[in-house]
Write a protein that binds this ligand. Structure first.
Ligand code: SAM
Length: 259
């Protein structure tokens, strides 16, 4: 039996359910259904988010980035960060971070590096960036550029001041030429359905979600140079096809470079 309470839905497992995964429990599936009823396009939205993740890693690898700090990793699914990065550059080094025990057990088993590179997994909280940075330094060289991946995770930090402090701490540890890739659930796309979906989600999940509008998400990139096309609906960030761009996705996404 798992040593955590499976009767309480957890966001990592609810997200796994939305994506069609099987690493979830009855309470996660029930919450998955309740939220899908409020916002049926959620299925497209989470898929568009995963596609955004893959496109940003591809872009960053193309820019020469060989180190990734992926915080709020999620249960391993298709196109995990190291798979995309090491497909392009096998020597890429990836540190995964999450605070969910199910993510931890699956990640340790599944997130296996190419022999030329490295993958490490840290059980830590986004709200403790010092602990993340200290542990990540065992695998990443912070004297070289790092891409900090914050994909669908900053919306668990509701307080704007705390969110900015976390961003500043993470970015502050990285050299110029490093990048941040971020996606974030939106308050101003499909606004009514999203608000009701999040209201249901926050009834019982431990990690509360706070939606931000486009301006609020853009502020998270303060001090960084946004790469084109800036903060945009995640599906429209450098899409591979028109079909991909047209996918419903109630998330803002962007990539920025540390000057
Ligand atoms: C919506 S999923 C996103 C997963 C993946 N980044 C993606 O976009 O496909 C959010 C993940 O963040 C993790 N998470 C939530 N709050 C966290 C926190 N405070 N610290 C670390 N991880 C957190 C959850 O456990 C979950 O795995």
């Amino acid at each position: 039996m798992p040593d955590f309470d499976t009767s309480v839905p957890h966001i990592a497992r609810v997200y796994d359910y939305w994506l069609g995964g099987k690493d979830n429990f009855a309470a996660d599936r029930a919450m998955g259904e309740r939220t899908l009823q409020a916002y049926p396009n959620l299925v497209f939205s989470v898929r568009a988010n995963r596609a955004f993740l893959a496109r940003t890693v591809r872009f960053l690898s193309g820019q020469g980035t060989r180190q990734f700090l992926d915080i709020g990793t999620g249960i391993p699914t298709a196109s995990n960060t190291h798979e995309v990065a090491q497909h392009i550059a096998p020597e890429s080094r990836i540190v995964y971070v999450d605070n969910d025990p199910v993510v931890l057990s699956h990640a340790k088993a599944l997130l296996k590096s190419a022999p030329e590179g490295a993958c490490a997994y840290i059980d830590a909280d986004l709200r403790d960036p010092d602990a993340i940075l200290a542990a990540a330094a065992d695998t990443l060289d912070f004297g070289q550029p790092v891409a900090v991946m914050l994909i669908a995770v900053m919306h668990f930090v509701g307080d704007d001041t705390e969110a900015s402090a976390i961003m500043n701490r993470l970015v502050g540890a990285c050299v110029p030429g490093s990048y941040v890739a971020l996606s974030h659930a939106a308050s101003d796309i499909d606004a009514e359905q999203m608000a009701e979906m999040i209201r249901r989600l926050n009834e019982t999940t431990a990690e509360k979600t706070t939606l931000r509008d486009r301006a609020g998400v853009t502020r998270l990139f303060d001090g960084l140079d946004l790469v084109e096309p800036g903060v945009i609906r995640a599906a429209e960030w450098r899409p591979d096809t028109d079909l991909e761009a047209a996918s419903p996705a109630a998330l803002w996404g962007g990539v920025a470079r540390k000057p």
